[in-house]
Design a protein around this ligand. Structure first.
Ligand code: T4K
Length: 370
């Protein structure tokens, strides 16, 4: 197969354009564009049903949702988190005037290592913010134990976790911890262009984050707390509603792409697909590979080689957040010991995966790697 267009790490799914135009006509007629309108309500209700959760609040994007989730818990002091994530994770901690303390991650799934977390807990620690990286589940039981033992809050950055459910009973991963935060960014397995949501078992907390996303307004005259504007507008909510009807089919297309990669890369020396989904169903949103010493190029050389062929793989997550200039000041010696995260950030490359990627394109990418 010859390739005639660049292949990016992802491409968003889009709803049927005519159906979206029909929704837009209704919005045009109603002139309700935002502030928790009918599409926003429909989107929240549909998401609750689809994700099998009772308490959920839709937000304008995942980052503002992370900010509000932390704010809702009224935290002080230090939050132990991972350096191996998208910058939004610890940016949200900093924007709340809190201090991120970075612990190392597990080699098998890239997630925050609860044993390393426990070593760092002290009297300043008030919460832990792990990330289910690539939608691979964290050690949930370990965090539950730590929360109980040290009286800490757990906020999961679940940006990658749309439709991640336990295989045996369909329980959503979003019901773990005190709060979980999803992203519906265009690059995610499910998107509403931009968007996000906060989920909790605790209805009272979701009531709080509902207020926080609208400046704190309880009603016209009562303003509870220092809120923000995190509302999703009606156009995006309508887009999201339409996307929901296709998401299962889109994930099953991603699964075929994922399986094709696994098969085609099976015997390539020094390359392994980095996957660790445990008892959960995957949404196949990322295709991370580990580029080991036995491979003839290092990770960055492979990244550049693919780029020369207009295959735009991405180094999610490099550089480590803890290595960014903006975080230098808050680091202490203990934070600098992150060997596993450092190793992963130098060896992982995320290959293109999306529902409309053809198997021929996967073959082309794998042949280049071979
Ligand atoms: N926590 C975690 C763990 C996250 O991964 C993220 C976001 C967040 C929190 C914050 O959630 P949000 O506030 O974003 O809802 C992307 C995304 O912008 C970001 O949402 C995502 N994580 C992160 C992992 O990846 P970039 O800088 O890689 O995106 P960009 O623009 O380079 O896009 C990658 C490729 O996707 C492009 O080469 C082409 C394709 N693309 C992209 C967009 C935006 C399209 O085809 N269409 C598009 O509209 O950050």
């Amino acid at each position: 197969m010859s390739k005639n267009k660049p292949i990016f790490v992802t491409q968003p799914d889009l709803p049927d354009l005519n159906e979206f135009v029909d929704k837009l006509s209704l919005i045009w007629n109603s002139k309700i564009l935002t502030n928790n309108g009918p599409n926003h309500k429909e989107f929240e209700d549909a998401l609750k049903k689809h994700l099998n959760v009772q308490n959920l609040s839709v937000y304008s994007n995942g980052t503002i949702a992370l900010l509000a989730a932390l704010k809702a818990l009224n935290l002080k002091g230090n939050i132990i988190t991972t350096p191996y994530s998208f910058v939004a994770t610890s940016h949200a901690i900093m924007w709340n005037g809190l201090t991120p303390v970075f612990a190392d991650v597990c080699a098998h799934n890239g997630n925050l290592n609860p044993e390393k977390v426990e070593e760092l807990i002290d009297e300043e620690t008030t919460a832990i913010m792990p990330v289910h990286v690539y939608g691979y589940p964290c050690d949930i039981d370990a965090y539950e134990r730590l929360a109980e033992k040290y009286n800490l809050k757990i906020i999961y950055d679940a940006a990658h976790c749309f439709d991640i459910k336990r295989k045996d009973d369909n329980k959503s991963i979003l019901l773990e911890g005190d709060l979980s935060v999803l992203s519906f960014h265009a690059t995610k397995a499910f998107n509403s262009i931009e968007g996000g949501a906060i989920i909790s078992r605790d209805a009272g907390l979701i009531d709080k984050v509902n207020l926080l996303k609208n400046f704190g307004f309880r009603n016209e005259v009562e303003i509870e707390g220092i809120g923000i504007n995190g509302k999703m507008n009606e156009l995006q909510a309508a887009f999201g509603v339409l996307q929901l009807s296709d998401v299962e089919e889109n994930i099953s297309k991603r699964k075929k792409v994922f399986e094709a990669y696994v098969e085609l890369l099976r015997n390539v020396e020094g390359i392994s697909v980095f996957t660790s989904i445990g008892d959960y169903c995957s949404n196949y949103s990322y295709l991370p590979i580990l580029v080991n010493e036995e491979y003839r190029l290092n990770r960055d050389e492979l990244y550049l080689y693919l780029k020369e062929h207009e295959i735009y793989a991405r180094r999610y997550f490099y550089p480590l957040i803890s290595d960014l200039e903006a975080y230098k000041e808050i680091l202490t010696n203990r934070n600098n010991i992150l060997p596993v995260a450092t190793d992963l950030s130098e060896k992982i490359l995320c290959l293109p995966i999306y529902s409309s990627l053809s198997i021929d394109e996967v073959k082309l990418i794998c042949n280049l790697i071979k």
